[in-house]
Design a protein around this ligand. Structure first.
Ligand code: CA
Length: 656
């Protein structure tokens, strides 16, 4: 009997464990790594096994509802969460908006991410062994430094009531996730809350709301980490100040997270410095909650992207599949090896691709119906000034890890390959454009090598072959621009040639901070002789050379520039003047070769706003001779004294 009872007891315990693990959703983890023959991955040393390789995948459900399918690396349709896991992702992040719908139930877009959507995403993540970070915005739509709007249901509440609502809302949401068996590992109370949250702008009130979220989390998921999230790490003192405020109010949290978009948020060195400061001052864990980079500049959903071909962004990596992987690898390396208490990096929306329509109108219909664009027109009632005006598609489809048809791109494998590294033969990954400015009468010589970025992000020069170059045509074509296409490292290379009327003078319009290479010498005691910053008195720009002298016959000076390295040829010199009260004048532009004046042209000052050009049409110059071009000014003066302005000196070649 005893024996039997014991067996029964063991069986009961066994089945309890089984059902418990099923309840917690602890499925067999699919997290692994995919081999690659083409992706170069520099090993991240000291990478802990439990380091968070996170992916925000908040838009997946809305895309799938609109017909988007995802595939594995072999081209078979496969659950995107499984593909993420197989590639080394071990954590999914999902944003949660309180009520992203209008009164008629139409979604605001951006994935229409309410808690029910989060549950759906969480269940699928859990199925493949991925933990979930629940990212509460505590708003009905996007919360970031530019807006932290109060949820509709909390409008008009005093802070005490709002705090209670925040606690109850968080509790209810997390309970839904728990009941669904979702493996919640972290809860984020607020999104990019740089000094505001849920309509509150006083830190004490922000604290009350964050504390409500934290308390609810501790209650429902006692083992989960509580995270706070800020952005703009490039503003070093701001980040330190947020951490100080939270410490002052003694907020119960575990992880201090920051966004890090490399094209906006400063250097990696700075990122590690600001996070390490928080980690070491307050004993917190730190992480990157959002980062991303483009693998192409091509848009795929007919809605403009954050990074496009002409974006003026800091570009430390080329916009290639390899560049995207290198960028992610370096962010991870920074958090692992250069940051104290760094626990992870989440990539933002690596699954947000085109809704799949073949035109703007087709996609717009999908964005409106399924919420798969960043905002639908229905967001107007809640956010009239931003979403209400600029609603549309996805601005980061070129920063995803899936192509427009839902197939994973090679860079996704970086997450799994960082641990051991993946060495492949180095070759050029991107070729830099060459820009040449050539004088109309100068020699046209195209470079034989171009700058390249290699797979490991190192720089190198590689040979280039230009195609269809017609030098004679360019020589006779006058002022024009040419895009010469060539091949380098198997890729297209471009040499943009601008044939210009080149000005061989430097600081020709006196705009440079440094006056050089202009020189001036007063031959008499003058009152004023200097570069002046006054746009209304300048021919172009805001600066010019200015003179004034109160006493008669005291204006007498030379202003000149010496030029070296000028090719032999025929040249023209011109300079502009404007002024008044000059009386009798003896002014001239001049050209001096080997110390002798070889050409002169009269210059005059007449009245305010009357600019005159003094031009020396043509003079010959032989390389190696010393050359000086300038203006001599000598005025008797009248009235309050001679005054004048000199601007825009030009030294151009003249065709023979
Ligand atoms: Ca787009």
């Amino acid at each position: 009997m005893v024996k039997v009872n014991k067996i029964l007891a063991t069986l009961v315990a066994f089945s309890l464990v089984l059902s418990l693990s099923a309840g917690c959703g602890k499925a067999k983890s699919e997290v692994g790594k995919m081999p690659s023959d083409t992706l170069y991955v520099e090993k991240v040393e000291n990478l802990p096994d439990d380091f968070i390789m996170g992916m925000d995948a908040s838009s997946v459900i809305s895309l799938e509802n609109g017909g988007v399918k995802y595939y594995d690396f072999d081209g078979n349709e496969q659950d995107v969460f499984k593909t993420l896991a197989q590639s080394g992702i071990n954590y999914i992040r999902v944003r949660v908006w309180n009520d992203p719908h209008d009164a008629d139930g139409n979604g605001y877009g951006g994935g229409n991410c309410d808690i029910d959507t989060a549950v759906e995403i969480g269940k699928r993540a859990t199925k493949y062994g991925l933990k979930l970070l629940v990212n509460f915005h505590y708003s009905d739509f996007w919360a970031d430094p530019s807006k932290q709007m109060c949820p509709k249901a909390w409008k008009g509440m005093e802070i005490e009531e709002k705090t209670k609502a925040c606690y109850e809302y968080t509790l209810e949401c997390l309970t839904k996730l728990k009941k669904a068996g979702v493996d919640v590992g972290m809860v984020q109370v607020g999104n990019e809350t740089n000094g505001a949250m849920a309509g509150e702008k006083i830190w004490m009130n922000i604290y009350y709301l964050m504390d409500a979220g934290s308390r609810a989390t501790r209650e429902v998921f006692p083992k989960a980490l509580v995270a706070v999230h800020f952005t703009n790490p490039e503003k070093v003192t701001n980040i330190a100040d947020y951490a100080k405020k939270l410490n002052y109010y003694n907020l119960d949290y575990d992880v201090f997270a920051s966004s890090y978009y490399p094209y906006w948020h400063g250097t990696l060195e700075n990122l590690s410095k600001v996070l390490t400061n928080v980690a070491e001052t307050y004993g917190k864990k730190v992480m990157v909650a959002e980062t991303s980079y483009a693998f192409t500049v091509v848009d795929s959903d007919h809605y403009g992207n954050t990074i496009s071909g002409d974006a003026s962004v800091t570009k430390n990596y080329p916009y290639t599949v390899q560049g995207q992987a290198n960028c992610v690898r370096d962010v991870v390396d920074t958090i692992v090896n250069k940051t104290t208490n760094g626990i992870g990096v989440f990539y933002w929306e690596g699954t947000w691709i085109s809704s799949g329509g073949s035109s703007y109108d087709e996609n717009k219909a999908l964005w409106e119906k399924y919420g798969s664009g960043w905002a639908s027109s229905y967001a107007k009632e809640y956010d009239p000034n931003d979403a209400g005006k600029y609603f549309g598609g996805c601005a980061v489809d070129n920063q995803a890890f899936f192509d427009p048809t839902g197939h994973p791109i090679e860079s996704l494998k970086v997450f799994g390959l960082m641990k051991d590294g993946n060495k492949v033969d180095l070759k050029a990954d991107a070729v830099e454009d060459t820009n040449l400015i050539i004088d109309l009468n100068g020699e046209i010589t195209l470079p034989t090598e171009v700058n390249a970025v290699m797979l490991d992000n190192s720089k190198s020069v590689i040979p280039v072959e230009w195609k269809n170059v017609d030098i004679d045509k360019m020589k006779s074509g006058g002022v024009a621009k040419y895009d010469i296409v060539g091949t380098a490292g198997g890729m297209d290379a471009h040499c943009y040639v601008s044939m210009v009327e080149f000005n061989f003078l430097k600081n020709y319009s006196f705009e440079d901070a440094d006056e050089a290479p202009w020189k001036a010498k007063a031959n008499k005691a003058m009152d004023e002789l200097k570069v002046e910053d006054k746009a209304t008195d300048s021919l172009t720009g805001t600066k010019h050379y200015h003179f004034w002298s109160g006493n008669p016959n005291t204006v007498d000076f030379d202003l000149w520039q010496e030029i070296s390295d000028l090719p032999s040829g025929t040249y023209r010199f011109a300079i502009s003047t404007m002024g008044g009260d000059c009386g009798t004048q003896n002014n001239y532009a001049y050209v001096k070769i080997n110390g002798e004046i070889v050409a002169k042209s009269e210059a005059i000052f007449t009245s305010y706003n009357e600019w005159h050009d003094s031009i020396i049409d043509s003079f010959s110059y032989n390389a190696g001779d010393t050359l000086e071009v300038g203006i001599h000014v000598e005025c008797a003066g009248e009235g309050n004294g001679a005054w004048g302005k000199i601007d825009d000196a030009l030294l151009n070649s003249v065709s023979k």
